[in-house]
Write a new protein. Sequence first.
Length: 281
Amino acid sequence: MADLTTTPKVTTPVPITLAGSRPAATSPARPALLLEAQALSLYYGRTKALKEISLSIHEKLVTAFIGPSGCGKSTLLRCFNRMNDLIEGVRIEGTVRIASHDINSADVDVIELRKRVGMVFQRSNPFPKSIYENIAYALRLQGIRSRSELDGIVETSLKGAALWDEVKDRLHTSALGLSGGQQQRLCIARAIAIRPEIILMDEPASALDPIATAKVEELILDLKKDFTIVIVTHNMQQAARISDYTAFFYLGSLIEYDRTGKIFTNPSNKQTEDYVTGRFG
């Protein structure tokens, strides 16, 4: 199992650089491609969990992964920041490229990759620290020591997560005292504080009530102005509301991938149509 706490031992580590190396968009209707998987397969031991997945993720849009439980959505999401490296016995074939860089190359700094590709998990996981420290802690690990700089980034991140007005008067109280929806938005603030290019979200609203879910969805729509977002969701209505592109998976295979409007109104594959209309799944 790879040691993810240190830079890979190579002569000249090359941290993945996303900014400045992607192709320019040719028109507003054709956003630049930022993330690409090509013939990607993943094995847990002898079990093939992902089967030759090929798809391209567009920059500063929301892409939703839908499909029944166990179809490979979250497994694929974790391929994009190499979280599967933490699982014993995982083997990957094919490639994942971000801005033309193969992220599984031996010369990629995994720590740097995860700064560029943030992640928000299904259940909120704030640190048992103050609201302020939940964001400042990671910044200090990156060498930021100036209190004024920390204050500025904390405020900007909380505003970006639509949480500032709710917590600005209690920044130094425990984050565990926040509601579930507030905790999830704090985790989003923590993710955007280091200014990633891509944010991966693994069912970020599945444990939230409808009001908190609506706030998270509004936040996602706002964040795509600055970030590329890939979200796994079991909620097809949510995918239809917030995503620009949707990918439907079944038993480890990518069945169909297209603009969300087409997936939900005129899918090309009968299996996709049966799933989005509720005939199975």
